[in-house]
Ligand binder design. Structure first.
Ligand code: BGC
Length: 729
């Protein structure tokens, strides 16, 4: 008998005589034309005049159902870090906030990320949503990109595997998840007009590979297309990418939805494979029309779009809902309670696993509980931890101790600078109740220095805020925080910097401070997680899922493409031209698939901290490397905890072609996350992803494996400690 458990329905279910597509076709054959057209759009409830007509739940989207045919309404919410409540649409409604996606990725832990997805999916379902716009996996090409915190990594394999885990977790609740944004929405500036230009083989080996792996492993019900153009064609009307690659070659059977306000045509989009126009009110506002309702019907009547295509669109929506279990096990009609404490513990576990120890001179960390005095400085550590802004913003349980609106810019209407109410200061005080712990905001530098002089240890919190719809201009910490840290290091030898950033930052003070913890945006229980790592209740085990460059100039595009056009637009607006728009521009992704650590290697640039890097409170030793060739090759090695504390290691397998004809850089091909007690020795096996040592051959229309390979075990992308002989897999 086929199992119906939440854990197995969404992943790898073998085809049955009642395959989702067959069932969906049977339902669609009974729908009227109007009912079918109803399924291929969604409203944006916040702006929708039909909000009360359909009794919409306020979220990101809503598609009316067809009750007589047992077709449910789609009740759609963002996003990857929890059930968002942007603009406080559902007044006062809060949810559990996970740490940002980058923090999840730093765990290198697919099991944990799946658990995190299952937790947020359970909350979405309990709030009656049945579609979650989670699964953001765009590769982080530009370290200044605003949504870096919302994505997993610069590496296709890591992004793909974690994207699969997150989606499978969400969908284990029998609700749909997306994977997004297909493809190359790599920056925020001009995201709705930019033309991302790249060679096809390079795209295959990078962003498309991440989607390919995530779709195979996660089986998302839906894919969301990107705002931008790809090589001259809007992502949402890109036939080669949607019809040929996604639906044809990869056999994706669910539905392809647009991003909100991203549709530009009726016939082109429908024929290219777009199945659903999302948030039609935004298309009307931004692009001057709604494209998939009356206009699509006219196109069908005119014979420009075959009716069978509309049948296919509706069928795909239902196929996705059936395949993920949402159709047979509908979300409740009224809200159900959730176990908020259990969910907060999931968020905390993710935060703890994602914190990366970047520096630890003279083993200043973990801090002894006997320390008499501690000065905690900056970062609003007395109030909470920051979170990234935009559509993914969760209004978290416990409230927002800080919530600031932005004065101007593309992000201003829907993005808020928000903190979750998880105070690191309170958690530190709770950890050392007998110590004297003073807090200074850092606004008054002299006051902070005075506190630092008198303290045995200084813990300084440094914040860099990022949001959807806005890129950074520099990776430098803002608001004088570099100067503050440097000054603190001048008066106390034991300065521990806790970075609360949504991506890489520059660290001009790195050589002067004793320790650096990268805590990212750490979510609902971030304060507790940070304190537990500081005091050694938890071993730091995160590894960087992105490269930290040494300087802005080291990035492939040191200046944000489109920045000048944006500045011109802003100037024109300031001069009274309310209709001023950013002029179209293109972005040359000439680095191709050589992103992040591969960009640094190809160009011979040393990063500040490499991809994969992270220290521990113990040390690990690697030996006895054995590689077995097979369709899915396996690397075996012996791992030994040679220190005196328990710890978690993340050995990484990097592969490169022996000869110049193949891959010119080391590439991550597999990894493991292993917990070891002091002295413990374990033989581990790491399966390798063959596409990580293959090249996309455009003529062949397929993958061609690099010939002879070199393989190495690394502690990071630049610290390769054990190399195999040349092998042919
Ligand atoms: C974002 C998507 C999001 C959608 C709906 C867009 O602005 O790019 O990621 O899912 O809004 O809120």
């Amino acid at each position: 008998m086929p199992t119906t458990s939440a854990d197995t329905l969404s992943i790898g279910e073998p085809p049955t005589p009642f395959a989702p597509r067959d069932r969906a076709e049977a339902i669609v054959s009974k729908l009227t034309r109007a009912e079918k057209f109803g399924l291929v759009t969604s409203y944006f409830p916040y702006l929708s005049p039909k909000r009360t007509e359909f009794d919409m739940i306020l979220g990101s989207g809503y598609t009316p159902g067809v009750p007589r045919a047992a077709v449910q309404a789609l009740r759609i919410t963002d996003a990857s870090m929890g059930v968002s409540n942007v603009l406080n649409m559902r007044e006062g409604d809060t949810s559990t906030a996970l740490p940002c996606a980058l923090a999840m990725a730093a765990s290198f832990d697919t099991v944990l990320v799946r658990r995190a997805g299952a937790m947020i999916g359970a909350e979405a379902r309990a709030k009656t949503f049945n579609v979650m716009l989670a699964g953001g996996i765009n590769l982080i090409r530009d370290p200044w990109a605003g949504r870096t915190f919302e994505y997993f990594s610069e590496d296709a394999l890591l992004s793909g595997l974690l994207g699969a885990a997150a989606v499978a977790g969400v969908q284990s609740n029998h609700i749909a998840s997306t994977l997004k944004h297909y493809v190359l929405n790599s920056q925020e500036t001009g995201r709705m007009i930019a033309d991302a230009r790249i060679d096809m083989p390079a795209l295959r080996e990078s962003d498309l590979l991440a989607f390919e792996i995530a779709i195979e492993g996660g089986r998302p019900a839906s894919i969301m297309t990107a705002y931008n153009k790809v090589n001259g064609t809007w992502a949402g009307e890109h036939g080669p990418l949607i019809n040929d690659v996604l639906k044809g070659e990869w056999g994706f059977s669910g539905w392809v939805m647009s991003d909100w306000g991203a549709v530009h045509s009726t016939v082109d989009a429908a024929l290219a494979g777009l199945d659903q126009e999302s948030g039609v009110e935004l298309d009307l506002r931004l692009n001057g029309a709604v494209f998939f309702t009356d206009a699509l019907e006219r196109a069908v009547l005119d014979g420009q779009v075959p009716e069978s295509r509309v049948d296919d669109m509706a069928t795909r929506v239902l196929t996705g809902m059936i395949a993920c279990g949402a159709h047979d096990d509908p979300a409740p009609e009224t809200e159900l309670p959730v176990d908020a404490e259990a969910h907060a513990l999931v968020a905390q576990a993710v935060a703890e696993a994602g914190i990366v120890l970047l520096r630890n001179e003279s083993a200043v960390l973990p801090l002894a509980r006997s320390i008499p005095t501690i000065a905690v400085i900056g970062g609003h550590a007395d109030l909470g931890v920051p979170s990234g802004g935009g559509s993914s913003q969760v209004r978290s349980n416990g409230g927002a101790p800080i919530e600031k609106t932005l004065e101007e810019g593309d992000a201003a209407w829907f993005c808020r600078m928000t903190y979750h109410a998880s105070s690191p200061l309170a958690a530190i005080r709770a950890a050392v109740p007998d110590a004297q712990v003073v807090y200074r905001s850092g606004d008054d530098v002299e006051e902070a220095l005075a506190a630092a002089r008198d303290a045995d240890v200084v813990i300084v919190f440094a914040v860099q805020w990022r949001t959807e719809a806005m890129d950074l201009e520099t990776l430098a910490l803002p608001d004088g925080q570099d100067e503050l840290i440097t000054s603190l290091a001048g008066v106390n030898a034991k300065v521990v910097v806790v970075l609360e950033t949504g991506g890489a930052v520059l660290m001009p003070w790195i050589g002067r401070v004793a320790a650096v913890l990268q805590a990212w945006y750490s979510g609902q229980r971030g304060g507790d997680a940070i304190a537990r790592v500081l005091f050694g209740d938890v071993a730091p085990s995160g590894r960087l899922p992105i490269t930290f460059p040494s300087a802005d100039a080291d990035m492939p595009r040191p200046v944000v493409p489109g920045r000048d056009q944006r500045l011109e637009r802003d100037a024109a607006k300031a001069a009274g031209d309310g209709d001023a728009r950013i002029q179209a521009f293109s972005i040359a992704y000439s680095e191709g698939a050589n992103i992040g650590y591969r960009w640094h290697e190809v160009n011979g640039i040393a990063p500040l901290f490499p991809f994969g890097f992270g220290l521990s409170y113990t040390e690990f030793d690697y030996s006895e490397l054995v590689v077995s060739a097979a369709e899915m090759p396996i690397v075996a090695l012996t791992l030994r905890n040679v220190g005196s504390r328990a710890g978690v290691d993340v050995p990484q397998v990097y592969v490169r072609a022996k000869d110049a004809g193949g891959s010119k850089t080391w590439r991550l091909a597999g990894f493991a996350r292993v917990e070891l007690q002091p002295g413990e020795v374990r033989r581990i096996e790491i399966p390798l992803e063959p596409r990580a040592f293959s090249r996309w051959d455009e003529k062949l229309g397929g993958w061609r494996q690099d010939g002879e390979l070199r393989l190495a075990i690394g502690r990071s992308a630049t610290d390769l400690v054990l190399q195999s002989a040349v092998i042919d897999l």
